[in-house]
Ligand binder design. Structure first.
Ligand code: NDP
Length: 278
């Protein structure tokens, strides 16, 4: 008798999504931990998101990562959410549990692990500038504020979105909003995080030059085999260090993997294997 073997399916849904390295990372985690699973790239336009998630679930899907630009929308679609996803109002990980959608957000913990553990950046009393106010920013503000920075400023092209986040997070810690060309020059920044998706489209917005000093650590959430436009910009403007978001990518993936499979993979060899110490 033929026995049908079904492998647990996972994937990342985004638009665009071809740039994502998540399939490689989860394949390495699966090999390391001896898990039988497959992980797919799923390009889904915003108007098809709901249908695509349900379809994936019906056809044996066990879990999903959610990326640009769907994170906030998915927070409205899930049946239950972790506390950190609720605080963020954004979901980057779905686990399908007995017909229900459980949403989590592992971006914040992923970024903190990379900054604190892998890169040794101290955030207490730091001046932090985040460029961008989309789904990724929502996920990282709460965990960053818990590190007790002196100030966290959010600069965004669409000021209303940055202001909305300030209203949402000001009860947790000191936050402020502005446009790119309104970043106060007198405020020193220890850390500038690029959380725009501009680089994905090959754009270099007018990032605020005056915010960088030789003591500023720059971190681009975007990553690439070549230097990202923001990382190049940060280097050109004399940043102390300019790092791409590979470490965050691997760390947030490890947290998603743990949620799905109950095993936490060792991230160090995966980071090393990808030759990604930019
Ligand atoms: P969203 O689509 O939710 O938000 C996009 C943000 O980028 C908005 O603030 C938008 O501004 C801004 N933006 C887009 N294009 C431009 C432009 N040309 N000029 C100025 N601003 C622009 O995306 P996410 O927040 O989900 O993701 C943001 C980036 O972070 C992506 O590149 C993603 O790949 C990366 N990321 C990396 C992770 C990692 O693990 N390393 C984890 C999560 C995200 P506006 O509001 O004005 O439209």
């Amino acid at each position: 008798m033929n026995e049908t073997v079904t492998i647990d399916r996972y994937g990342v849904m985004g638009y665009p999504v071809s740039h994502s390295r998540s399939p490689v990372i989860h394949r390495l985690f699966a090999i390391q931990t001896g898990q039988e699973m497959q992980y797919e790239l799923l390009q889904v336009a915003p108007e098809k998101l709901d249908i695509a998630i349900r379809q994936f679930q019906r056809t044996g899907g066990k879990g999903l990562n959610i990326t640009v630009p769907h994170k906030s929308e998915v927070a409205r679609l899930v049946d239950q959410m972790s506390e950190r996803a609720r605080t963020a109002g954004a979901v980057n990980t779905i686990a399908f549990r007995g017909g229900e959608l459980y949403g989590d957000n592992t971006d914040g913990i992923g970024l903190l692990r990379d900054l604190n553990v892998n890169l040794g950046v101290n955030l207490e009393d730091a001046g932090i500038l985040i460029l961008g106010a989309g789904g990724a920013t929502r996920g990282i503000i709460g965990p960053l504020l818990e590190m007790q920075p002196a100030l966290l400023r959010i600069a965004n092209r669409t000021i209303e979105k940055a202001q909305y986040l300030v209203d949402h997070f000001e009860k947790i810690g000191p936050v402020a909003a502005c446009r790119f060309d309104e970043v106060p020059v007198a405020e020193p920044y220890d850390l500038i995080i690029n959380a725009t998706s501009a680089g994905l489209h090959g754009d270099t917005p007018p990032y605020p030059e005056a915010a960088i000093t030789e003591n500023t650590f720059c971190y681009d959430l975007s990553y690439g085999l070549n230097t990202t436009p923001f990382s190049a910009w940060a280097r050109e403007h004399g940043a102390k260090k300019s790092i791409m978001g590979w470490g965050m990518l691997v760390e947030q993936a490890a947290e998603s993997f743990h949620l799905w499979r109950g095993i936490r993979p060792d991230t160090a060899p995966v980071l090393k294997q990808m030759h990604i110490n930019a």
